[in-house]
Design a protein around this ligand. Structure first.
Ligand code: FMN
Length: 195
């Protein structure tokens, strides 16, 4: 059974990205996946301090709720982040989580060790649901670039072909009026689980 982790990147509970994430996880579950969800805004996650302790053995010496995210990331075969765009990038809560995966970057590029997984684990893929209020062509460019490096650090292939990027949603829950996009989220979750 493939394991799908949904990471809720918005500080706004029951907002557009959370609704879309729920649809995607429903799709993944319908495809037979085991599903877990983590809400970053409810956790206490400090930023990376670049102490470089992780260069020694790949572990992080900052003790906080990121331990729960590390465990979930190591559990998952598919990582699906759902997040709004804030100032053309990821919200600070989500970016803090990304920065704290520096320990896996160090494991890969400093210590030349594989991501901690069982040898029989299925291939690992990453996907993204992004929402924003405006319609700018480059609205998601910053987030996509960050996620390319995030997924690389955690040993997951970014599946940009499955990314769902939704413009012109702003009010809380406004996405409920967009049936086609809710359906696209469901299908994306299903496809991610089936890869
Ligand atoms: C601090 C802040 C910054 C934002 N920056 C942008 C932005 O740069 N571009 C944009 O299109 N929308 C921006 N928005 C709007 C959100 O992306 C939009 O309201 C989104 O639907 C929120 O998703 P949520 O309901 O999942 O929290 C911003 C909102 C906030 C609160």
């Amino acid at each position: 059974m493939v394991k799908v982790l949904g990471i809720m990147g918005s500080p706004r509970r029951d907002g557009n990205s959370e609704i879309l994430l729920s649809r995607a996880l429903e799709g993944a579950a319908a495809a037979g996946a085991e599903v877990k969800r983590i809400r970053l805004a409810g956790l206490n996650i400090s930023g990376c301090t670049e102490c470089n302790d992780c260069y020694e053995d790949g572990s992080c010496s900052t003790a906080d709720d990121m331990d729960r995210v590390y465990a979930a990331l190591e559990w998952a075969d598919r990582i699906l982040l759902s997040s709004p765009i804030f100032f053309m990038g990821l919200p600070s809560q989500t970016k803090a989580m990304v920065d704290r995966t520096q320990r896996y970057w160090a494991l890969k590029y400093v210590l030349h060790k594989p991501f901690p997984r069982l040898p029989e684990a299925p291939p690992r893929y990453g996907s993204f649901i992004g929402v924003g209020a405006t319609k700018g062509k480059r609205l998601f460019d910053g987030a996509i670039l960050t996620l390319r490096y995030f997924f690389d650090a955690i040993g997951a292939e970014p599946r940009e072909d499955l990314y769902l990027l939704i413009r012109k949603v702003d009010e809380k829950g406004e996405i409920m009026e967009r049936a086609a996009e809710l359906d696209a989220a469901y299908k994306m979750g299903k496809a991610l689980a089936k890869l």
